[in-house]
Ligand binder design. Structure first.
Ligand code: PEP
Ligand code: MG
Length: 292
């Protein structure tokens, strides 16, 4: 499945235009960032309803607020943190702003009631099975459809057999997963040679979690930047990923490239990349196998 990443209704329209089969990641931060105070439930219902209406009947994965770290929302992340990437961000905000997340879930449930969307709700920065269960319980209580988690911390990836057991699906956030596996700030361009999902250490974490997902019979996708790189996308499929979500502008190229390879080639490229010594080696050997 090739899906679009979106943060606005316009992005959803753009994804529909290029033939995306749905939305694999709708980032809800923009609505919160555009406002001086928390958007009301009514304002949120209006946005979510517009998003659902832009892709009627399709799968839409909506992510709950991922405030903090590289996406600070001033009125929510008010306390100074020494290490915000490792601090109270994403679903961890239930520790400090629990009502904000409950209101968002309530707004999503209201918007779903009046639409025919195939709604999948996803929480960011889930680290433990208990967090995953807490999220899934809240989604179930609101009768909202599928509940899933971003797999974007090393703990979630390496412990995915337990984390994914609590939910319906997973989605690799390769931007953060790479940052945390490689201990390298995703925003620091001086470290860009290290913040690449081509690194075999990142691919190994993905392989472990994808294998767990397959054993549990749960779908797992990728919604980080890695999905928009055609060759890496093929490697991710070879590692067992079921869907790829990317900026709408990347869909045509990735679709075109994937139509030139078969699953066996993807698996072979994935195994070679996993065994490589460096990210440069894993990229070059995978490309060779994929005939690029
Ligand atoms: C990711 O971390 O890969 C991801 C998709 O989420 P974001 O970039 O919004 O943190
Ligand atoms: Mg992330």
């Amino acid at each position: 499945q090739l899906l679009g990443n979106a943060g606005t209704v316009e992005d959803v329209v753009a994804a529909a235009k290029v033939g995306a089969e749905g939305i694999g990641l709708f980032r809800t931060e923009l609505l919160f960032l555009d406002s001086q105070t928390e958007p009301t439930i009514e304002e949120q219902v209006a946005l979510y309803s517009a998003v659902f209406a832009a892709m009627p009947g399709k799968k839409i994965v909506i992510r709950t607020l991922d405030a903090g770290s590289d996406k600070p929302v001033p009125y929510i992340n008010a306390i100074h943190e020494e290490n915000p990437a490792l601090g109270v961000r994403g679903w961890r905000l239930t520790r400090t702003s629990n009502d904000v997340l409950n209101r968002q879930l309530e707004a999503l449930a209201q918007a779903k009631k009046v639409s025919d969307v195939d709604l999948w709700v996803m929480a960011p920065m889930i680290n433990t099975p208990d967090e995953a269960k807490d999220f899934a319980d809240r989604v179930a209580k609101l009768g909202m459809g599928k509940a899933g988690v971003m797999v974007e911390t090393p703990a979630a990836a390496l412990h995915a057999d337990h984390v994914l057991a609590e939910v319906d699906f997973g989605s690799f956030g390769t931007n953060d997963l790479t940052q945390y596996i490689m201990a390298s700030d995703r925003l620091d361009s001086r470290l860009s040679d290290m913040t690449t999902a081509w690194h075999p250490a990142v691919l190994r974490a993905i392989s472990i979690a994808a294998t767990s997902a397959a054993k549990l019979g749960k779908p797992i996708g990728v919604c980080g930047e890695a999905a928009a790189n055609s060759h890496l996308a093929a490697v991710l499929i070879g590692l067992g990923v079921n869907s790829l979500s990317m900026a709408p502008s990347a869909i045509a190229e990735v679709r075109g490239f994937l139509s030139t390879v078969d699953f066996e080639m993807c698996e072979k490229a994935a195994q070679a990349a996993l065994a490589a010594r460096s990210s440069l080696d894993s990229e070059s050997i995978a490309k060779e196998i994929l005939g690029a």
